[in-house]
Design a protein around this ligand. Structure first.
Ligand SMILES: [Zn+2]
Length: 133
């Protein structure tokens, strides 16, 4: 998902934010007046924002990479519900127990013959549970 440069940039920004926080903390230490410490509190918040922004940007980049890869892999897949064969002809192999739609994957490549529903029922065949003819 991420390159080494992405990880390096994240580490650099988080370290910079942590450095700003640490420097602010050390600078504010020993100042008895709360008003004198406010500028360092603000700097600490800025350092925290830099670190958080780096992490959120890193996660956002990863999510975008996952989304792009998902669209690439699933972009040409048929929409849900398109998996059910819709061919109108009913087929069955010789001596078969089940009859199927002509485009059922269970009969793909097999020697089958097309017959009307009554012929399949008269032969004692049952409807395939996968293609639901
Ligand atoms: Zn079937």
């Amino acid at each position: 998902l991420w390159s080494k440069g992405d990880g390096g940039r994240l580490g650099l920004l988080v370290a910079a934010g942590a450095g700003v926080i640490a420097a602010s903390w050390f600078s504010a230490a020993g100042r008895p007046d709360a008003g004198d410490q406010m500028v360092f509190v603000s700097l600490s918040l800025l350092g925290a924002l830099v670190g958080l922004a780096a992490v959120f940007g890193w996660v956002k980049q990863g999510r975008q990479a996952v989304g792009a890869r998902t669209r690439l892999l699933l972009g040409s897949a048929p929409a849900a519900g398109m998996d059910v064969p819709a061919a109108g002809d009913l087929v069955a192999g010789p001596g078969a127990t089940w009859f199927h739609r002509a485009d059922c994957l269970l009969v793909d490549g097999r020697k089958v013959t097309v017959s009307p529903l009554g012929t399949h029922q008269a032969a004692g065949r049952r409807a395939c549970g996968a293609c639901k003819p």
